[in-house]
Design a protein around this ligand. Structure first.
Ligand code: MTE
Ligand code: MO
Length: 314
């Protein structure tokens, strides 16, 4: 069974001797490929073994330092560097996701059960609604594999997701300025959720997710804007009606339920026709490229929306 990094322990809480023991156990366990424990100085990633997948875009990977240093995760602040700077004491283990609603077999999945699904490494193009993009090697498994285990009822048409609420560990949930209503929520139509491209990611760049990327488990839906990729999921509910989603609740004229990447539908305050590819060395703005319909995944997913007006259903 793959193991996960241990809960983070603040360096102020441990003695040098504990630190030594922890470091030693980290080194021996990591060498065995079993676990990477917090050293007491920083949460350490554990390697995640994965099958190579055919879902790999043939584009240069965004450097790991940008994938883990340029983030949106408002629970830890609204600046791009805030999630990396403010999430070190977040505890991604132990963890459970409750899956309920219109299902035959509601179930709570522990982290070990999630890690036991066959993992694949998938290199996906990712496009944020703010008109920047990355190419990211996620490690995860199809969301459908999890949904199948709970046996969705015929009446289930949508899937609702919720992020954890933990103000003690999430400064964006406890400060005077609350940028969003919590918990962060997202939703998909059930057929979107069952599409093979939609995955639950537990890792990136070969290791378990850093806290700033949504540890221990987050959604990745590469044909939609980044905000659909809800992080640190604790609940998944199957519903008959469209679930609320955080950005749609906050600004319904700017963020729709579908949020499919669409260069032909501008955000009310900026164009979506092109994007800035993060990393790669150029000055900001010099790495522009056209945005592709469905973020380049039209061949795979356009059929999900045949007959729909994608300007009205943005
Ligand atoms: N819980 C939660 N999930 C979230 C967000 C957030 O603020 N809170 N931001 C979203 C947005 S806007 C984007 S672009 C992606 C960024 O994921 P990354 O930082 O791993 O690239 O996370 C999404 N998931
Ligand atoms: Mo985003």
């Amino acid at each position: 069974m793959p193991a996960y990094r241990q809960p983070f322990i603040a360096s102020s809480e441990i003695t040098p001797e504990q630190c030594f023991v922890k470091r030693r156990s980290f080194l021996s366990m990591a060498a065995g490929g079993l676990i990477a424990a917090g050293s007491g100085l920083a949460a350490t990633a554990a390697p995640l073994t994965a099958q190579q997948s055919t879902y790999k875009v043939d584009e240069e990977l965004t450097p790991e330092k940008d994938v883990t240093g340029y983030n949106n995760y408002y629970e830890f602040g609204t600046g791009k560097g805030d999630p990396a700077a403010n999430s070190a004491s977040f505890k991604p283990s132990p963890w459970t996701i409750k899956v309920d609603g219109l299902v035959g077999k509601p179930k709570e999945f522990g982290l070990e059960e999630l890690l036991a699904f066959p993992m694949e490494e998938r290199v996906y193009r990712m496009r944020c609604v703010e008109a920047w993009s990355m190419v990211i090697p996620w490690v995860g498994f199809p969301l459908k594999a999890l949904l199948d285990k709970v046996e969705p009822l015929g009446s289930a048409k949508y899937v609702a997701f919720e992020t954890i609420v933990r103000p003690e560990e999430m400064p964006g949930q406890s400060g005077f300025f609350q940028p969003l209503p919590w918990p962060y929520r997202e939703g998909l139509r059930l057929d979107e959720a069952n599409h093979p491209l939609a995955i639950l990611a537990l890792g990136v760049y070969g290791n378990t997710l850093p806290n700033q990327n949504g540890a221990p488990v987050r959604l990745v839906v590469p044909w939609k804007y980044g905000f659909k990729g809800i992080k640190s999921i604790v609940r998944i509910s199957l519903t008959e009606t469209p679930p609320p989603s955080t950005w749609n609740l906050s600004a319904p004229s700017e963020y729709g339920f579908y949020a499919n990447v669409n260069p032909a539908v501008d955000h009310p305050r900026w164009s979506q026709a092109s994007e800035n590819r993060i990393g790669g060395g150029g000055f900001f703005g010099s790495n522009r490229r056209p945005t592709l319909p469905f973020n380049g995944y039209a061949d795979e997913v356009a059929g999900l929306y045949s007959g729909m007006d994608l300007k009205a259903n943005f």
